[in-house]
Design a protein around this ligand. Structure first.
Ligand SMILES: Cc1ncc(COP(=O)(O)O)c(C=O)c1O
Length: 370
């Protein structure tokens, strides 16, 4: 029987088991010392002062929107080529996502499109470092500074990416969010992290993730509106173990991506995504290729599936989902994003992927496209 090759696979080993077991035996399943350790280890690895752990990347984005004070009547400039949470987090607070087209190479927000769409009601920019490629932060920060806009970085797919200035994504002093779902560079099963710009925002985030309780309040005291966006200590234990081997896992992802790049080099009708366009470096999250326009993507996916290889149309444009069409968005408004969405295909990608698995996928893909 042919071995199935999944789209993603987490790296869970003995260390994750050991730390998870310690939490189980400790009896402190939430708001315990391991959660705090995960925050400290994450901040130290990233090179920032502080980090606030939450239950998901979506929760991180939601609290980020609230920390920036974006709400009814505010417009936020953002990418239509993203995962839906980066627009939904604005809707949760009554703010309006104003989509701007993307750059055809980086697939990130095109600063010129942001500049063109900015207006009276603009309150901020929400760049997404899509597929782990650093967004054009210097240009976006210049626009934000000139217009007095806030910035919330969606770095949910970009842990470990390095920008053109040589800084890790999420370390610019903006509010930045990360996500730890099972296919991410670092996983806690479900989970997220917010990098706050200062200690006052950090305290607000810690209170809002915990039903509005301040650090010195009892369980039934609430200083304001809050949510249950806590990350359990069991999940945090996985995070602590994952950080210990994060450099290794990122290097393994780089190696798998390089193998794909070599394996697909001669395959007609398939274009790979760049690791860099200049000085920046992508952190490989998914391995997405672009098929030529005339290729039938659905037939390609079906053919790969028959050979035991998972693949996925990746990503659909956000502005075309029903709840965003209700805001007036339609087809044809963002041609670069829509073309990327129409022809992109995610292939199996995970750190433990072997050379022979990558070769099998490349050969199957070459034989499947028509
Ligand atoms: C770009 C982006 N934003 C936000 C999220 C939301 O993260 P989560 O699924 O942890 O809520 C994801 C996760 O898939 C993502 O890829």
């Amino acid at each position: 029987m042919t071995e199935e090759i999944p789209l993603a696979k987490p790296e869970i080993g003995a260390r994750e088991e050991e730390l998870a077991l310690e939490v189980l035996r400790s009896g402190r399943l939430s708001l315990g010392p391991v959660g705090e350790r995960f925050e400290r280890d994450f901040a130290a690895w990233l090179g920032v002062e502080d980090a606030v752990a939450v239950s998901s990347g979506t929760a991180a984005l939601h609290l980020g929107v609230r920390a920036l004070g974006w709400g009814c009547g505010d417009e936020v400039l953002t990418s239509p080529f993203s995962f839906v949470a980066s627009a939904n987090c604005l809707l949760y607070e009554g703010a309006r996502p104003v989509f701007c087209d993307i750059d055809p190479i980086t697939l990130n927000l095109d600063p010129a499109a942001v500049e063109a769409a900015a207006g009276e009601r603009s309150a901020g920019i929400l760049p997404v470092h899509i597929f782990g490629f650093p967004a054009a932060m210097a240009e976006l920060e210049a626009i934000a500074a000139q217009r007095g806009l806030g910035i919330l970085e969606d770095a949910c797919e970009a842990l470990g990416a390095v920008d053109a200035e040589g800084r890790r994504v999420g370390t610019h002093g903006n509010l930045a969010t990360f996500a730890f779902y099972a296919n991410k560079q670092l996983t806690t099963g479900e989970g997220g992290m917010i990098v706050p710009p200062d200690s006052a925002v950090a305290a607000q985030l810690r209170s809002e993730r915990n039903q509005g309780r301040a650090a010195d309040m009892g369980w039934l005291d609430h200083g304001g509106l809050g949510f249950n966006y806590r990350l359990s200590d069991l999940a945090a234990a996985l995070g602590v173990a994952q950080i210990e081997k994060l450099d290794e896992m990122l290097a393994a992802r780089d190696a798998v991506a390089a193998r794909y790049e070599a394996g697909l080099a001669g395959v007609e009708s398939v274009t790979t995504l760049p690791v860099s366009r200049g000085a920046e470096r992508r952190s490989w999250f998914v391995y997405v290729v672009r098929l030529a326009e005339e290729i039938d993507r659905d037939a390609t996916i079906a053919s790969l599936a028959r050979q035991g290889i998972a693949s996925k149309a990746y990503l659909p444009c956000i502005h075309l989902f029903p709840h965003l069409r209700e805001l007036g968005y339609t087809e044809g408004q963002f041609p670069v994003a829509e073309a990327a969405a129409a022809h992109s295909l995610a292939l199996p990608f995970f750190p433990a992927m072997t050379e022979s698995q990558v070769s099998r996928v490349c050969e199957a893909l070459a034989g499947s496209i028509r």
